[in-house]
Design a protein around this ligand. Structure first.
Ligand code: URA
Length: 229
């Protein structure tokens, strides 16, 4: 690039800054592009019938939050509340997750990105989606069928750190048979989709509600995550 062109660009950006424009124009262009790609992907998920869960659920739950965030949380799949509201982590476990995100990172839920391995509610008895206590973890086949959507989300959002919540999400993304107690507390580097990310497994907030004594270990994990950002 010629010196003259560089000077012109610098002048342009100084002018934008003076007008209160925060990022560079191409940052805005990039985030509009991310939004467009994610909206398109979400429509695909809403219409997806690749596995039986697509015909059983009430609402697909794509994921939500800041699509420019460095931090992504991944749970196993929507539960009863999520299925009814069409949004991830809105039940009791979600409220605890929100509290952890605020308490540890000082961020609101919508300042990080949150999603799941599968986008539709896995039910023990799919004939009664209105029944409470009907949740189950996704099967390996359901996870494998759906995982492409998560990889696409990762490729678009490009988080630096992916926090897997609980055994099913951690085992799936780390391609491991080891349980969460052994997996947690460490940082793993892996390529998911086409993106190199750091993965930190920790306990699922629903498990923390049942076993509050595990909060101490979770706090250690969150400190580890904070150190990576
Ligand atoms: N548990 C999950 O794993 N995901 C949700 O969205 C809600 C509860």
């Amino acid at each position: 690039m010629s010196e003259n062109r560089k000077e012109l660009l610098k002048k342009y950006f100084r002018g934008r800054k003076a007008l209160g424009e925060e990022g560079l124009w191409y940052d805005k262009k990039k985030s509009t592009m991310k939004e467009k790609l994610l909206n398109k992907l979400e429509k695909e998920v809403i219409n997806c019938r690749r596995c039986p869960l697509g015909n059983q659920r009430i609402n697909a739950c794509f994921g939500s939050g800041d699509y420019s965030s460095k931090l992504m949380f991944v749970g196993e799949g929507p539960g009863y509340n999520e299925d009814h509201q069409g949004e991830v982590f809105v039940g009791r476990a979600g409220k605890l997750l929100k509290k952890i995100i605020k308490g540890v990172f000082g961020l609101d839920k919508n300042q990080v990105y949150i999603t799941n391995i599968v986008k539709c509610h896995p039910m023990k008895d799919p004939s009664v989606p209105e029944k409470r206590g009907n949740d189950r973890p996704p099967t390996t086949q359901e996870s494998e069928t759906c995982i492409g959507y998560l990889y696409s989300q990762i490729d678009i959002i490009k988080p630096e750190v992916v926090v897997t919540l609980g055994s099913p999400a951690s085992k799936t993304l780390l391609d491991s048979t080891v349980g969460i107690t052994k997996l947690r507390g460490k940082v793993y580097e892996k390529t998911l989709g086409n993106s190199r990310v750091k993965i930190v497994p920790t306990y699922h907030p629903a498990y923390l509600l049942r076993s509050p004594s595990k909060k101490e270990e979770t706090f250690k994990d969150t400190k580890l995550i904070k150190g990576l950002l």
